[in-house]
Ligand binder design. Sequence first.
Ligand SMILES: [Zn+2]
Length: 96
Amino acid sequence: MADVRIVAKAMDDLADDWHWVLLVGAQELEPRVYFAQLVRTACGLLLSDTPRVVRLFDMGAPAEPTCPGCRSDGLDPALRAAILEAIKSAEAVPTG
Ligand SMILES: [Zn+2]
């Protein structure tokens, strides 16, 4: 089993950015159909935490994601979450 990384939208939200969607522990059943243990995005969205069959559709995905979180690739998700949290709390501090 391996992790498969594709550029896709998170579920059915067509207004959403393109993300790196990770099919964790994926097994290819047939072309474009995978059985995955976990489905999440590189920016930390958990799309499915139970094993499921994932069918990939050609939705004209770009080569690179448009989601800013997914584009800053290679950063550990927990670390990124901590950084985002820190940015949020910094913004919450009154400046006046
Ligand atoms: Zn993303």
